[in-house]
Design a protein around this ligand. Structure first.
Ligand code: SAM
Ligand code: SF4
Length: 370
């Protein structure tokens, strides 16, 4: 049977062998071979970093077309439906990753809520031994309808991307006139008890950098954490350049003129450095991959919707796990490939020669899973 994706039933896909595999791995630890490169069975790379977090992209498709993410409509080539991992396949890969030490999962995309029956997948991932939390990053379009079901499925928290509070500008940035609906989605996520509810904003010079204080005020009123992300050169339009990046430091300088802030620093392996509003009304995070990369203690790996393991957001080498899962490979083969892939994790964005010598980007953000 074909893979699960839009409009295709997610149930009844597992072959008897797959079902046996899933039954064995739910609640049990795998016995895995040594990768040959490593002395223990954790996801350690050459620099000694150990991966504990996984981002799972469930689709490259999106109903928005954010200008810092998607290519132009006529230049989009979607991953073919039959290449997308079905839920059994995702569960299988995540089970092996969990047996190698992955503890936290974030579901992403494309827009993850376009994936039919996503609650089913969340429930399955939550049940995998070793997984301590499952969160999601979403554009918020389907949140109003889905928040409660997601919570009931075991989703812990949700990060909603919100780049403007002005309807016309929101439409210009995201390609869809969706601001009221996204704001309702955020309220619904709070009502449903998803926790934490956070906001992600990509700050782009000349597009929304004059709205930083408004976005902060919106978040503070609701006691929601807001994180500003520096624009990364993973966009499909090729509009990225250093001048469009709003460095985190600039944001802190501007914000602290209005709100007294206290620096809380960046926790080990966290992406954001945190600042607390001194009046106690929430906090502010800065994700600064361009101006202050945090690669030295990175503990994340990614699984793309078509089953490639990516050890770094900026890596150009994709490690195919789908052919192992689809062609009857064992969990040990899967583990071995994963261990070897993680071992080769690049040092990080700051060390990549292509960032200076020219950009050879294999995929845009929507197809990687941000
Ligand atoms: N569609 C969902 C959303 O927009 O939240 C999830 C996928 S999106 C690729 C994940 C995150 O990456 C979002 O917060 C989005 O704003 C961010 N993002 C996308 N392109 C980016 C870029 N070029 N630089 C920095 N962040 C980016
Ligand atoms: Fe879609 Fe998210 Fe990319 Fe925007 S950032 S186009 S919502 S995947």
């Amino acid at each position: 049977m074909g893979p699960t994706h839009f409009g295709v039933d997610s149930h009844g896909i597992a072959s008897p062998a797959d079902r046996m595999f899933l039954l064995r791995t739910r609640g049990s630890r795998l016995s895995l071979p040594d990768s040959g490169n490593q002395t223990d069975r954790v996801l350690r790379d050459r620099k000694g970093r150990i991966a504990r977090k996984l981002r799972v992209s469930v689709t490259d498709r999106c109903n928005f077309a954010c200008l810092f993410c998607m290519p132009e409509k006529d230049k989009i080539s979607w991953i073919a439906q039959e290449q997308i991992l079905n839920f059994d396949e995702i569960e299988k890969v995540v089970s092996v990753l969990a047996s190698l030490g992955i503890e936290k999962v974030r579901i992403t995309g494309g827009e993850p809520l376009l994936r039919r029956d996503l609650e089913d997948l969340i429930q399955r991932i939550v049940s995998i031994r070793g997984i301590r939390s499952v969160d999601m990053t979403t554009n918020g379009w389907h949140l109003e309808r889905k928040a409660l079901a997601l919570r009931r499925a075991g989703l812990r928290g949700v990060t909603v991307s919100l780049h403007s509070l002005r309807s016309d500008r929101f439409a210009k940035i995201s390609g869809v006139d969706a601001l009221p609906r996204v704001l309702k989605g955020i309220e619904k996520a709070l009502d449903a008890g998803l926790n934490p509810v956070k906001i992600n904003s990509v700050a782009i010079r000349g597009y929304n950098d004059d709205e930083i204080l408004d976005l902060i005020e919106y978040a503070r009123e609701r006691r929601i954490s807001i994180r500003f992300i520096e624009f990364m050169p993973l966009d499909g339009l090729g509009m990225w350049n250093y001048d469009r990046v709003v460095p985190g430091k600039e944001i802190i300088d501007a914000v602290s003129r209005r709100y007294p802030l206290e620096a809380r620093g960046r926790g080990t392996s966290e992406t954001s450095s945190l600042w607390r509003f001194k009046d106690g009304r929430g906090d502010l995070g800065l994700i600064t991959p361009m101006s202050e990369p945090f690669c030295d203690d990175c503990d994340r790996v990614r699984l793309t919707a078509d089953g490639k393991l990516l050890s770094c957001l900026f890596d150009t080498e994709y490690h195919d796990l789908r052919h192992i899962v689809r062609n009857g490979g064992t969990e040990n083969e899967l583990a071995d490939t994963i261990l070897k892939a993680v071992w080769k994790k690049p040092d990080g964005v700051g060390y990549m020669p292509w960032i200076k010598d020219g950009w050879a980007k294999p995929r845009n953000m929507n197809a990687i899973g941000g």
